[in-house]
Ligand binder design. Structure first.
Ligand SMILES: NC(=O)c1ccc[n+]([C@@H]2O[C@H](COP(=O)([O-])OP(=O)(O)OC[C@H]3O[C@@H](n4cnc5c(N)ncnc54)[C@H](O)[C@@H]3O)[C@@H](O)[C@H]2O)c1
Ligand SMILES: N[C@H](CO)Cc1c[nH]c[nH+]1
Ligand SMILES: [Zn+2]
Length: 867
């Protein structure tokens, strides 16, 4: 949009309040300034441009400058530079956008001027004009052919300015000669008059239609103006309009919902005014909504919510937590950015981008930065001449750029230094759990400290999984393969399944590994076989009324073996051995293949040992969907079991809720966790090693230490061990991520420790305390318990015989871990004699009568021959 008036300022003294003419604040209403820059003032101009980002449009006289200087000024945000004919040629040779150049015309003869601009589309500038009539003649003949014509006067007066405006040229007037208060300063030139000189009204009452918008250009409402209201608006710096009922209308005068004027301008054909305002109070509309068209939407709405949360967030609200915990906010921004990078479908990308905006805006609002500030920066960047190469910093390139895999990026993010005063976040800094002495804390604070690391909200994960499941359901093998190519990068794979019998060549193991697997297999088998019910349960409830319950194996089971961040053949055993013991007829394993399309030989060996009919070469939601619905080459199953990341867990939940799928699931088994209760008898080396054994699973793992009656020296011993053992681990970066949201709680008694542990309901509970066996009596909620100093949790992970597929995230309050019962359903039976029916029949008939189910009653009465 062409400006209506330009205020020329003296760059050297800019910023100082003037006693005469426009103040710096008033300059922003006009929104366009012009300043001459010399080689001596270039630096000042550059810093001035930075400070004035978005406050007004900067036009700069650059006739004395080198092209290098001119380019830097344009790059720093100058809208246009005013140059000589010679400079123009140099700039055109540099391919500078012609729209950013204004040629200062010598103005001697018409022909000379025409020649100077021939073949270009630049704007022109007549400066220090003595005789307005000459320019007037020129404008009438040629002016409107040019994009924009700027005029400055040797002796500016209102009449000349108005004349020029009416001819659709732009007057450049010294800021000192302009005023927004012509009543007070009759000798100055009225901005209101100049702005409105060119305005036309298409209304019978001569009022100007006025669109009121906020700084993001969201329409707040429609009002009317006249020259008087515009003058008042400029004078007061407020939204002032003309009400058709009440005349001059100072918006918000009675309601308090006033508006700060930001700028005003005319539209392309000068018949509509646009007021840009900062709305205060409840909003623009008399109905107390932000706009006359209703509520804000999108980012504006989010900004409003965040701003009000910042002022008074409800205690415990997530946003309040983010405002108060910069580390959490930082982690969320990194996490969401990573997830956006990994998103693929349109839906996923929109979903993840929305989250990135949410957390980024939370960061801005907490620092007092508004969306408007951000958008001003975007606008300034968009007019840059020299663009940055756009290469990423080395820390962000690494493996993630090569592989594009989520785990690499998370790893990367976890290892980026957090802040100078956060040693746990630095590469070589100390790895330390937070510590909380519960004696001085409220129960709420303690429970808060025990919160699991925030997970991606389930609706978000579900939104990612749904299209994957749908694709597999409708397109079968082809869709499974596509997702495997995408997530596992196994692009050479042409079939999504490896069928038994598995060739020996695919399960060649080191003898030690084979032996270890065989020992583990046998222990798991023994423990699960012992869980078998050897005979049906039979109870004669009345003479001749025999009830029984007997077990049958679920016929077809699908076992998910995780393979994202680590390959887990042990999970194949933990899931497969009980299926074999239970007698499931069809066992299907699924696991993400390696990038070359192959499966870890240990997993193939486990599949072979448990008698699996096939291995589905897929991970995540696609593997779960394939087993739930079946495909051309993958058998449908009746129940899906196995741990996995959030995509796996969400997909299990989705398919088990689909009545058309006819499939059930075991339980939510997500990121690993351990809670160690340690007293003064515990060995710090053992305690630290147990904590680290689960911390190394993933950055989303959590480990808790409850220290019972430990003094400072004993606590420090555990912490020193934790740090030094962690630093020696190959997965130290993952450990560091997990330890960041892990904690030591200091309590006085074992009873307190167990109360907290039961509330947390850990997946694994380790008791390294005196009389550990006795403490088991106090355990109410836990997936699996490890008792005494000689029982590290890893024995349960691999070889002791107990199952390692266990409920996490507090689900140990209501779920058991995988056990033989997970593969079995119970059927009941009744068997009555004639006497038995005679004994129980009257009760049945009476209840059928109460329920008015006559056919039920007759099934008994007809047999007994009674009415
Ligand atoms: N609770 C238990 O009993 C238990 C036992 C063993 C393992 N675990 C846990 O299981 C988890 C295993 O997770 P994992 O990631 O290593 O392996 P995984 O096999 O569960 O998940 C990998 C799959 O996730 C999918 N995926 C990854 N990013 C995706 C995205 N952006 N969109 C859609 N799908 C995506 C891919 O299909 C990939 O194949 C760990 O958290 C571990 O601690 C728990
Ligand atoms: N600790 C994991 C369950 O949370 C299981 C596992 C497999 N391998 C090693 N550990
Ligand atoms: Zn483990």
């Amino acid at each position: 949009m062409a400006p209506t008036v330009i205020a020329a300022i003296d760059l050297a003294t800019y910023g100082q309040d003037t006693t005469q003419g426009l103040t710096p604040q008033q300059l922003t209403y006009v929104s366009n300034v012009f300043a001459r820059v010399t080689p001596e003032t270039v630096d000042h101009a550059l810093s001035h441009l930075q400070q004035s980002v978005g406050r007004y449009t900067n036009y700069l006289g650059a006739t004395l400058l080198s092209t290098d200087h001119i380019v830097s000024l344009l790059d720093a945000g100058a809208a246009k530079v005013f140059v000589t004919a010679e400079q123009l040629q140099q700039l055109l040779a540099l391919k500078i956008d012609q729209d950013r150049i204004v040629l200062c015309l010598p103005g001697r003869t018409k022909e000379e001027n025409i020649n100077a601009i021939a073949g270009t589309a630049v704007d022109v500038y007549y400066h220090d004009v003595q005789d307005v009539s000459i320019v007037e003649a020129w404008l009438k003949e040629y002016g409107t052919d040019r994009p924009d014509v700027f005029i400055s006067f040797a002796n500016p007066d209102l009449e000349s300015a108005l004349l020029i405006s009416k001819l659709k040229a732009i007057p450049v007037l010294p800021a000192q000669s302009l005023t927004v208060d012509s009543q007070k300063e009759p000798n100055l030139l009225s901005v209101a008059k100049i702005v409105m000189a060119n305005a036309t009204s298409d209304r019978a009452d001569g009022l100007f239609t006025t669109l009121v918008v906020d700084e993001r250009r969201t329409a707040l409402g429609l009002v009317y103006s006249n020259e008087e209201s515009v003058a008042e608006s400029l004078r007061t710096g407020r939204g002032v309009y003309h009400s058709r009922k009440r005349g001059l209308w100072y918006k918000g005068e009675s309601s308090g919902d006033v508006q700060e004027l930001v700028s005003l301008s005319l539209d392309c054909d000068s018949d509509c005014l646009q007021y840009v305002v900062r709305q205060k109070g409840r909003g623009f509309c008399h109905l107390a909504t932000p706009t006359c068209f209703g509520q804000y939407t999108g980012l504006s709405r989010l900004q409003k919510t965040l701003q009000s949360r910042k002022e008074s967030a409800p205690a415990g609200s997530y946003t309040a937590r983010l405002f108060n915990d910069p580390q959490l906010l930082r982690a969320k921004i990194l996490e969401e950015a990573t997830e956006l990078c990994d998103a693929n479908t349109k839906e996923e990308i929109a979903f993840e981008a929305a989250d990135v905006f949410y957390f980024a805006l939370t960061k801005c609002i907490s620092a007092g930065v508004s969306l408007e500030d951000v958008e001003r920066n975007l606008d300034a960047k968009s007019i840059k001449v020299k663009r940055r190469q756009g290469d990423a910093k080395p820390a962000f390139m690494g493996g993630s750029a090569n592989t594009g895999s989520q785990k690499e990026v998370v790893k990367e993010a976890a290892s980026i230094p957090k802040s100078k005063d956060d040693p746990a976040g630095t590469k070589n800094g100390r790895i330390a759990m937070k510590r909380l002495d519960t004696t001085n804390e409220t129960p709420q604070t303690i429970l808060k400290a025990l919160q699991r690391p925030s997970q991606r909200s389930s609706d978000k994960i579900i939104a990612i999984c749904n299209p994957i499941i749908e694709a597999v359901k409708t397109r079968g093998d082809a869709a499974v393969l596509e997702y495997t190519h995408k997530f596992e990068k196994a692009t050479s794979l042409t079939s999504p399944v490896l069928k038994a019998p598995f060739p020996e060549s695919l399960m060649t193991l080191r003898p030690e590994t084979k032996e270890a697997m065989d020992i583990s297999f046998e222990n798991i088998r023994k423990f699960h076989a012992a869980q078998k019910e050897d005979k049906p349960l039979i109870v004669e409830t009345m003479p001749g009324v025999v009830c029984s319950r007997f077990a049958r194996a679920i016929e077809r089971v699908g076992l998910y073996v995780p393979g994202g961040t680590a390959v887990l053949p042990s999970s194949a055993l933990m899931l497969g051995v009980p299926a074999l013991v239970a007698g499931c007829k069809k066992i299907v394993l699924a696991t993400p293949p390696r990038a070359d399309g192959s499966v870890t030989p240990e997993v193939v060996y486990a599949a072979h040992k448990v008698g699996a009919e096939a291995i589905v070469l897929a991970g995540g939601a696609q593997a779960i969907a394939a087993m739930a619905y079946g495909t051309e080459s993958i058998s449908k199953v009746d129940k899906i079991l196995g741990p996995g990341n959030q995509f796996v867990t969400a997909a299990k939940m989705i398919v088990s809720n689909d009545t058309n799928a006819g499939v059930s699931m075991d339980m939510p088994a997500g990121p690993s966790e351990v809670l160690v209760v340690a007293d003064a008898t515990a060995n710090p080396v053992f305690v630290a090693s147990d904590l680290l054994s689960q911390a190394e699973h993933g950055v989303d793992s959590q480990v808790i230490c409850i220290a019972v009656g430990l003094n400072e020296t004993q606590l420090a011993a555990i912490e020193d061990e934790l740090h030094s053992q962690a630093m020696a681990l190959p997965r130290v970066d993952i450990v560091r991520g997990a330890i960041e949201h892990s904690i030591t709680l200091c309590v006085a008694t074992i009873e307190e420790a167990m109360t907290l542990s039961n509330e947390y309901a850990p997946e694994h509970l380790i008791l390294q305390v005196q009389h550990a066996e006795k403490v088991v009596d106090l355990v109410e909620n836990a997936g699996s318990v490890f008792i005494g100093p000689w029982t590290p949790e890893s024995v349960g992970d691999y070889s002791a015989g107990v199952n390692h597929s266990l409920p996490t995230f507090g689900y140990a309050k209501q779920y058991s871990g995988v056990n033989l019962g997970s593969y079995i359903k119970h059927i009941t039976s009744s068997n009555l004699t004639k006497e038995g029916l005679a004994a129980v029949g009257p009760a049945v008939m009476e209840l059928a009568r109460v329920e008015e189910l006559e056919a039920h009653r007759r099934a008994v009465s007809l047999r007994l021959g009674v009415a």
